[in-house]
Design a protein around this ligand. Structure first.
Ligand code: FMN
Length: 178
């Protein structure tokens, strides 16, 4: 199916152009996220759209690799109701759908992990998140600065590409490659 091309081409984008993300595009991204399936359809999430530059700059300091939040035109906070493994699965599905919805509009995105706990507390305060909710991930959103924004810069410690299919897929039993 042609859509797999779009899914495969999704990359983390950490450098953004000044071009504003139109409201109808942002709304479509959020609304597509809303339709994400969750465990028992509990939909255990709330989203906060953040455009305020000071808030984004402060949030960028709430994770070791969250610097891109400071330069993104906007970001979305994924506020979850739980912190167990199922909640993590729900959050991951929501995150991926938001990212793919954005990419379908040509809008780039990158996760910014909020950690450790002290930083999560600071981020909660910045966004007024109640005590019984969790904030582990933010999503930077914006049009890519250019084709280079889809590639990792040279000398990055993060590995590129993906492990080969034959290495990750077994047939019938773990480790059976035939
Ligand atoms: C759970 C999770 C947390 C991540 N946290 C960060 C982060 O804090 N900062 C960041 O720049 N990228 C983060 N990323 C993005 C990954 O670095 C990215 O998915 C990976 O390097 C593959 O990038 P690519 O699709 O562009 O090849 C995170 C991704 C996941 C799935």
């Amino acid at each position: 199916m042609a859509e797999t091309k779009l899914i495969r081409s999704l990359r983390a984008v950490r450098q953004f152009s000044d071009r504003e993300v139109p409201d109808d595009v942002l709304r479509d991204i959020l609304d597509t996220g809303r339709w994400t399936g969750s465990s028992k359809n509990t939909q255990p999430w709330d989203l906060i759209v953040v455009k305020n530059r000071e808030t984004l700059a402060a949030l960028a300091k709430c994770g070791q690799f969250a610097g891109h939040l400071a330069t993104a035109p906007l970001a979305i906070a994924l506020v979850m109701r739980g912190d167990d493994a199922w909640s993590g699965m729900d959050e991951g599905r929501l995150m991926q759908n938001l990212m793919l919805a954005a990419w379908a509009h040509g809008v780039g995105s990158c996760i910014g992990s909020i950690f450790p706990k002290g930083n999560e507390q600071r981020a909660r305060e910045l966004l007024g998140i109640p005590k019984d909710r969790y904030l582990r991930t933010m999503l930077s959103i914006g049009y890519p600065a250019g084709p280079h924004a889809l590639r990792l810069p040279p000398n990055t410690p993060i590995p590129r590409g993906r492990r080969p299919l034959d290495e990750i897929v077994s047939w019938e039993r773990f480790g059976n490659r035939d």
